[in-house]
Write a protein that binds this ligand. Structure first.
Ligand code: PXP
Length: 261
């Protein structure tokens, strides 16, 4: 099976919020993505509401339900946002670290201190208790120390989304990326041994996604900023169709046909 393309549409809301207007419409973006072959909509309701607003989450949920496609709700482990997730009932929650001063999520969750581990674990338990069908992914760095913490959770973790931001930046700068790819490979092996899906996200462009597709490690890519940026020139529908085609061309033969979902 080809990997899924999750499209993060936060930056449609960024553009809208920059002028306090009613356009561009986040709902229309979600519809266009799904009509053009996107496999999932990803949105991040940040504590500071800098882009996606509470109403957007419910509106986008209604659209993904209409199209029978998953909503992946990115969120920090904040009690207020957890309550919203319980009401929205997304298909997936992707837990991310969140700092107000950052421009975007700047790295994976820190699971290496007891305090942080318990906070994330508690959020997972609470979310799964409320909605046992919910799938949870954790946004993590690919280092082995962090990944080793995942099987310790009190509820099954369905996927790890590997933070690809540093790799993507190095790729764009024409720097050596072999060490990142090696680490991604080991990460996927460890996750597969533990029956945990391996997703990729952050900072990816069409070009930097290429080597990752070749390696056939990831069952899902979540891409936002590049897609919305490129849509300024090509239109959202054509960008999605093009990315989907690239993903499908790499489909055969695919050794990592191992979606555990
Ligand atoms: N995955 C996660 C967990 C993220 O936090 C983000 C950014 O919101 C993305 C994927 C998408 O990243 P980008 O917009 O850089 O493609």
């Amino acid at each position: 099976m080809a990997p899924r393309l999750g499209v993060n549409i936060d930056h449609v809301a960024t553009l809208r919020q920059a002028r306090g207007e009613f356009y561009p419409c986040v709902k229309r973006a979600a519809q266009l993505v799904l009509e053009n072959g996107g496999d999932q909509i990803t949105i991040h309701l940040r504590e500071d509401r800098r882009h996606i607003q509470d109403q957007d989450v419910f509106d986008v949920r209604a659209i993904t339900s209409d199209y029978g496609k998953p909503l992946n709700f990115e969120m920090g482990c904040n009690p207020e946002i957890i309550e919203i997730a319980k009401k929205v009932k997304p298909d997936w929650v992707c837990l991310v670290p969140e700092k107000r001063e950052e421009k975007t999520t700047e790295g994976g969750l820190d699971l290496l201190t007891d305090e942080n581990f318990s906070r994330v674990n508690k959020a997972c338990v609470e979310l799964k208790k409320d909605n046992p069908k919910l799938k949870i992914s954790l946004f993590l760095e690919s280092n082995p120390e962090t990944l080793k913490q995942v099987p310790r959770f009190d509820v099954a973790i369905d996927a790890v989304e590997i933070h690809t931001g540093d790799y993507a930046k190095a790729f764009l700068l024409g720097q050596e990326v072999a060490s990142y790819l090696k680490e991604f490979e080991s990460a996927e092996r460890f996750l597969a041994q533990n029956k945990i899906n391996c997703h990729a996200g952050h900072g990816l462009t069409m070009d930097s996604m290429g080597p990752l597709l070749e390696m056939e490690l990831f069952s899902e890519f979540n891409i936002g900023h590049w897609i919305i940026s490129e849509a300024v020139f090509q239109g959202l529908g054509p960008v999605i169709r093009h990315l989907k085609k690239l993903i499908q061309i790499k489909e055969t033969p695919r050794i990592s046909d191992k979606s555990f979902i």
